[in-house]
Write a protein that binds this ligand. Structure first.
Ligand SMILES: Cc1cc2nc3c(=O)[nH]c(=O)nc-3n(C[C@H](O)[C@H](O)[C@H](O)COP(=O)(O)OP(=O)(O)OC[C@H]3O[C@@H](n4cnc5c(N)ncnc54)[C@H](O)[C@@H]3O)c2cc1C
Length: 438
């Protein structure tokens, strides 16, 4: 069985690796001159940064985490998360509800009383709202909503929060038991979102060292600079760019995949065209000193902090991402439609960081912007209907779709790996039994 794998991001590479290890042949078609996709990194003037914002390796699945760490080119460093939220001139412990004691006393009170009232309302049976905007109030109460959750989410999603559903919040929006929030309010430190409190990062080459390491043993199966141009079904085979395969697995974002799949059902095509997503600009800012605070990353919820919603102190992940004596801040800003990387936008981001007291503009020795078109899935209220119709159409062609934008899932690289493992197992079974199992 010979499989065409469309896309050489972490999903496609992991699948190809697992198929190779089981003795099955595959070819990875990758449009870019290198592997990695959203897990890619770039080096500019000796500074190495992740092109889709600061990435960290963590997972609830130990086998996946171990496999990724073992396969990282040059190995990984283990780090303890030290993350803050910038509110005015204060650094608030993350997650926010575990840090409310770091606010001024009035804000701490507002957040605590709001959280307690929201917990009471839930206990007396208040129904969970189906839109994210109202859900924030229902889950966190007025204080946390006003000071952090609403401005932060408006910055990242760039649309009215009532237009979003809540289907993605489970496991993605940290929350905390009431007891921990009370502890936080009176100054007893608690940790939330603990499965992420220890994480890993490649020692060299940025996050891209992970997909690069996964790709290393299968380089002969990877075709770089090879965009997929056409897929046709021919009998029980597939023709990809003129070459025949028994199976096709897509990991390319669906809105691009449909451009070269003329056999796709029009209803599925229509559903894909209605799927929404935000793009991202990442701005690497090199500084002429190595005296940055020992934080991992900082959330910037407020408009006066500029367009960036988050910065990462990448040199705290690995000292090798910056030349000796220098440091590297990576700022992320979401965009709707074509992401901006014009000098005015980059300056706006840098000005915002300076205004937030996070750096001095006179220390900047390098500024460089990268963009990715597909960064965040938008979970609007029709999302489930659209994605189900889209995937039904893809499956009707006998093509599997995998990955963050191959299925429009809000997943991290470890979950991509986990799903690729599962699909590889199924394809191996199918090749042994000689029949399709789904
Ligand atoms: C802002 C942000 C922060 C994140 N933070 C983390 C984090 O901290 N930790 C973590 O683990 N994950 C994180 N992620 C998620 C992670 O980046 C993704 O889940 C993962 O990289 C998706 O991999 P993929 O292979 O599914 O898709 P992609 O990486 O999108 O791969 C698709 C590939 O297809 C290729 N392609 C496109 N068109 C064509 C074509 N026509 N022909 C051939 N090839 C084509 C692309 O070049 C690309 O290489 C983050 C993502 C974002 C956006």
């Amino acid at each position: 069985m010979k499989t065409a794998i469309l896309g050489g991001g972490i999903s496609g590479l992991t699948l190809a690796r697992r198929l190779r290890e089981a003795g099955l042949e595959s070819v990875v078609f990758e449009a870019a001159p290198k592997v990695g996709g959203l897990c890619g990194s770039e080096t500019v003037e000796g500074f190495t940064y992740d092109v889709a914002g600061g990435h960290i390796l963590y997972s609830k699945e130990k086998a996946v985490l171990d496999w990724m760490a073992e396969n990282t080119d040059g190995g990984c460093a283990q780090r303890a998360r030290s993350t803050k939220i910038r509110i005015g001139d204060r650094f608030i412990h993350y997650p926010f509800e575990n840090g409310i004691g770091d606010l001024d006393k009035k804000q701490t009170f507002d957040c605590l009383i709001g959280y307690l009232r929201a917990a009471d309302a839930r206990k007396s049976g208040a129904a969970a709202p189906r839109n994210f905007g109202d859900w924030i109030h229902y889950r966190f109460g007025e204080g946390i909503e006003r000071i952090f959750m609403k401005p932060y989410n408006e910055k990242i999603w760039k649309r009215a929060l009532e237009t979003l559903s809540t289907e993605w919040v489970e496991g993605r929006v940290p929350d905390a038991p009431v007891e921990d929030v009370v502890r936080a309010a009176i100054g007893i430190r608690t940790e939330g979102y603990t499965h992420q409190s220890i994480f890993y990062y490649p020692l060299n080459g940025g996050f891209e060292a992970i997909p690069r390491g996964i790709a290393r043993p299968i380089r002969d199966a990877i075709r770089l600079n090879t965009p997929v141009r056409e897929i046709r079904r021919v009998g029980d085979q597939y023709r990809v760019n003129g070459e025949f395969f028994d199976r096709v697995v897509n990991t390319i974002p669906l809105p691009d995949f449909i451009k070269f799949t003329p056999d796709l059902d029009p209803a599925a095509r229509d559903a894909v065209l209605k799927l929404q997503f935000n793009s991202l600009t990442s701005v690497a800012v090199g500084l002429n000193h190595d005296k940055t605070p020992e934080y991992s990353w900082i959330y910037l919820p407020h408009p006066e902090q500029g367009p960036a919603n988050r910065i990462t102190y990448l040199n705290n992940y690995s000292p090798n991402v910056a030349p000796p004596g220098k440091s590297l801040i990576l700022a992320e800003a979401t965009c709707v439609g074509v992401p901006r990387k014009d000098p005015e936008f980059v300056d706006e981001i840098v000005d915002g960081l300076a205004h937030a007291g996070l750096m001095n503009k006179s220390d900047v020795v390098m500024k460089h912007a990268s963009t990715v078109k597909y960064a965040y899935v938008i979970f609007d209220h029709d999302f489930r209907k659209k994605i189900d119709a889209a995937l039904r159409g893809v499956e009707a062609l006998g093509i599997e779709s995998l990955g963050r934008f191959g299925r429009f899932e809000y997943i991290n690289s470890d979950q991509c790996v986990s799903r690729a493992f599962a699909l590889a197992d199924r394809l191996v079974e199918e090749s042994k039994s000689g029949r399709r199992l789904v």
